[in-house]
Design a protein around this ligand. Structure first.
Ligand SMILES: Cc1ncc(COP(=O)(O)O)c(C=O)c1O
Length: 400
């Protein structure tokens, strides 16, 4: 059962939330405010100026494009409503959201815990880049809460995890995570890109910050890059101030496209949930498929947690062809509907042979240790007809 306590359904919020304040000229849609500069009529307008006013999520007016833009503010208000949060900050990509959050919350000498099986760039940044600032990271196996607790040190400040994870859809036991974090006074940050606010709202469980790559389901059309950090004012306001310094912005045109894409979030994700499950069930019984990872399959290691927390399993299905890389590639090349590409969450179904896409630069032993075998395929289901996708998968499997 999805734990939503909101009285307004996600589908209604996706269409309407966040927009009303920003309807200039009686326009139904939020205008693209294409400006870098906001002007002042006279010096009297500046009299009560304090910098803080422009970093508040609902300022009376803007001053300069790096500190805020009305089209972007509308997007941020919609995202905050969808997550049931006080505030949201839109940034230039999902990775900008991940890196900005970790850089803000962690100081030299501090330490954080990252659950494994996460997006590879997040792992690279956490274990590699942050080292130069003297920030320690311990990787713990997803789902091992004893290991997670054992990894906590006096200097530990936060726990970072995806849920569901990329690419094996491991799911957090959110009540358990939050209980441990509270006991040790740690912050929790969850990258819920794979869930979307339609399937999961981590803040309702007491998580402190939620991260999204808006490039994926929230924009939904594979045409923009952006990210977001969503949560309480005491955490988001310093992030907004940091954004003013770092300048990792979303352009107004991009914000408009995400606002537009987000209106159909519920419709798209409902279809992706239904297709994802049907396709996972089809693949699991197919003799040429060795193993399938989908959170709502009883065979998935986090099936019980997924059933308890997710409204749907989403559109990503990872599976291993019962064969080698050559056979996996033959299958992929025989597909007619999905395009080969490295993303997910859009209306077009996309297929990624992960060993040579996303993990191509990772040494083979390291890649295998992460579970990315040569014959692993990540299928990211779009909104095409489910039966057409299954028929296409069946004919391509027959060609192996
Ligand atoms: C779970 C997750 N988080 C973050 C990112 C990074 O997002 P972006 O590509 O928008 O920087 C990705 C990208 O695939 C992802 O899968």
């Amino acid at each position: 059962m999805h734990a939503s306590t909101s009285t307004t359904a996600t589908s209604t919020q996706a269409v309407h939330a966040g927009e009303a304040r920003f309807r200039a000229h009686h326009s139904l849609t939020v205008p693209v405010v294409q400006t870098a500069v906001y002007t002042f009529a006279d010096t009297a307008e500046l009299v009560n100026y304090t910098e803080e006013r422009f970093f508040w999520s609902e300022p009376e007016r803007e001053e300069y494009g790096r500190y805020g833009n009305p089209t972007v503010r509308a997007l941020e208000a919609k995202l905050a409503a969808l997550e049931g949060a006080q505030d949201a900050i839109a940034v230039s990509s999902g990775m900008a959201a991940v890196t900005g959050t970790l850089l803000l919350l962690l100081q030299p000498g501090q330490h954080f815990i990252l659950t494994d099986n996460c997006y590879h760039s997040t792992l690279e940044f956490s274990q590699g880049f942050l080292k130069r600032y003297g920030i320690g990271c311990t990787l713990v196996p997803m789902g091992d809460y004893a290991a997670l607790e054992a990894a906590i040190r006096p200097e530990t400040r936060l726990i970072f995890s995806e849920s569901p994870t990329n690419p094996f859809m491991r799911c957090l036991d959110l009540p358990r995570l939050v209980e441990i974090a509270k006991q040790y006074n740690l912050l929790t940050v969850v990258d819920a890109t794979f869930a979307t606010p339609y399937n999961l709202r981590p803040l309702q469980y007491g998580v402190d910050l939620v991260i999204h790559s808006l490039t994926k389901y929230l924009s939904g059309h594979n045409d923009v890059m952006a990210g977001a950090v969503v949560g309480r004012y005491d955490l988001t306001t310093p992030l907004r101030q940091m954004q003013g310094l770092f300048g990792n912005l979303v352009a107004p045109q991009t914000a408009y496209l995400i606002l537009r894409g987000a209106k159909t979030l519920a419709l798209r994700v409902e279809r992706q949930n239904a297709s994802g499950l049907a396709i996972a069930q089809f693949l699991e019984t197919h003799p040429k498929v060795r193993r399938v990872w989908y959170p709502l399959l009883p065979s998935h290691p986090d099936h019980v947690v997924a059933e308890a927390t997710l409204r749907g399993g989403g559109g990503v299905v990872s599976f291993e062809i019962d064969g080698d890389m050559e056979q996996a590639h033959r299958f992929i090349d025989a597909l007619r509907i999905p395009t080969i590409g490295p993303s997910l969450g859009g209306v077009e179904t996309m297929v990624s042979p992960l060993a040579v896409m996303g993990y191509a630069a990772v040494p083979p032993e390291e890649r295998l240790a992460l579970g990315i075998r040569d014959e692993l395929v990540r299928l990211c289901v779009g909104i095409e007809e489910t039966a057409d996708l299954i028929a296409d998968l069946a004919q391509a499997l027959d060609r192996i």
